[in-house]
Ligand binder design. Structure first.
Ligand code: NAD
Length: 261
């Protein structure tokens, strides 16, 4: 538990399922008030809110498309209206789809960029404006991926968006460090969530992913949420512009694990 988080407010984009849901739950356990954003289908977000509030937490579900200025503004407005402000903004929402690059449509490229990169820009901009207006030491956490470092054929748009998140994170961390705003990223490896449920339901595909993970299991969303809670807290007060890899060693070139090469 991080006692400094008690009573503070977080916005978690794409918080209805997967990693965002685990982060929302973890921050509520840390006694934070949480705005849980969903884009479509309120069911899982509302159910999470109900569970958290029943357990004594403070959470609300808010529909918004993170790729729009009005969407992210409505998330900040909800945080201010219901919980009196904002302390932690987590740009978690993301999407992916597979296509060979020579067949990738402009529409699919733009969809992925809009959520994964423009959404991160808009969320960060909204949070920074709030922190500056209130002279507040807020934090921002951006959900990147190991594919900010590892190329990923047939997911060029996804990899490009996460590479963009890396340098965006580092740039704004530098730009606002003197204003007391910390900005970091998390790069998950393979984590069991709805985004890849179909893939990991196939034993062959699951094994081929496991071959890339030195720690030898598919990560749990809670293991990513633990990094998010630490980055949100004052325990990481001297950390900014960094990406924490939560990947079971996936980014360590596992092909070289037997000393080959
Ligand atoms: P997920 O599909 O379970 O969740 C993604 C969330 O983003 C969903 O709640 C979805 O509704 C939301 N979302 C999508 N478009 C949105 C929009 N326009 N506005 C608001 N919300 C929107 O996926 P996940 O695995 O939990 O992924 C969460 C983040 O972690 C993503 O940024 C993803 O790229 C990243 N990530 C995941 C993995 C993994 O293995 N699961 C690995 C690396 C990075």
């Amino acid at each position: 538990m991080y006692s400094d988080l008690f009573g503070k407010t977080a916005v978690v984009t794409g918080g209805s399922k997967g990693i965002g849901n685990a982060i929302s739950r973890r921050l509520a356990e840390e006694k934070m008030s949480v705005v849980i954003n969903y884009n479509s289908g309120s069911g899982q977000a509302e159910q999470t809110v109900e569970e958290l509030n029943k357990a004594g937490g403070k959470a609300i579900a808010v529909q918004a498309d993170v790729g729009t200025e009005s969407g992210v503004q409505s998330l900040l407005d909800a945080a201010v209206e219901h919980f009196g402000g904002l302390d932690v903004w987590i740009n978690n929402a993301g999407m992916e789809n597979r296509a060979q690059t020579h067949e990738l449509s402009l529409e699919d490229w733009e969809k992925v960029m809009n959520v994964n990169l423009t959404g991160v820009f808009l969320g960060a901009k909204t949070a920074i404006n709030h922190y500056l207006a209130h002279n507040k030491k807020g934090t921002i956490i951006n959900m990147s991926s190991v594919h900010q470092r590892i190329p990923w054929p047939t997911f060029a748009h996804y990899a490009a968006s996460k590479g963009g998140v890396k340098l965006f994170t580092e740039t704004i961390a530098l730009e606002y460090a003197k204003r007391g705003i910390r900005v970091n990223a998390i790069a998950p490896g393979a984590i069991q969530t709805p985004i890849n449920a179909e893939k990991f339901a196939d034993p062959e595909q699951k094994q081929s992913t496991l071959n890339l993970i030195p720690i030898n299991y598919i990560g749990k969303p809670e293991e990513v949420a633990a990094a998010a809670a630490w980055l949100a807290s004052n325990e990481s007060s001297y950390v900014t512009g960094t990406t924490i890899f939560v990947d079971g060693g996936m980014s360590l070139y596992p092909e070289f694990s037997e000393g080959n090469g």
